[in-house]
Design a protein around this ligand. Structure first.
Ligand SMILES: [Zn+2]
Ligand SMILES: [Zn+2]
Length: 134
């Protein structure tokens, strides 16, 4: 089973090793049924039984992207950008998004002469498609 999942006790999230993403407990069954067709049913059942015993948070409730301070083992690390605006906590792996995002602050009267964002390493509980922006 350790070849498929990692339990992160600090965040209480199950991480899929192959997809390098967090798995919502509600979607665990479907994730392995649909995205891991090579995994035998017996193994799937074992994983589900294992997950039942764990205190699990739903990663879908967590912030989308976070800056990497201490790398969460098993999750993909992305090159991304962080917004500089005051206490804004916006992260994204996409240059186009950060530019558009910073323009929104401009309309709030933000005329920073310095750069408006920096390159950072980020991680996300979610994989691949970047449709889940905050
Ligand atoms: Zn997976
Ligand atoms: Zn911002």
């Amino acid at each position: 089973m350790e070849q498929y999942i990692i339990y992160n006790a600090e965040h209480k999230v199950l991480i899929c090793k192959e997809h390098k993403c967090g798995i919502s407990p509600r979607r665990l069954d479907r994730h392995f049924r649909d995205d891991h067709q090579g995994v035998a049913m017996a193994m799937r059942k074992e994983i589900l039984a294992y997950a039942k015993e764990l205190p699990l948070c739903d990663p879908e409730q967590a912030p989308i992207f976070k800056e990497v301070r201490s790398v969460i083992h098993g999750l993909q690390v992305y090159d991304g950008y962080r917004c500089h605006y005051e206490s804004c906590q916006f992260y994204t792996p996409t240059l186009g998004y950060i530019k558009r995002h910073c323009r929104d602050h401009d309309s709030e009267g933000w005329n920073s002469m310095e750069s408006k964002f920096t390159n950072v390493k980020i991680q996300t509980w979610f994989q691949g498609n970047y449709t889940r922006y905050q």
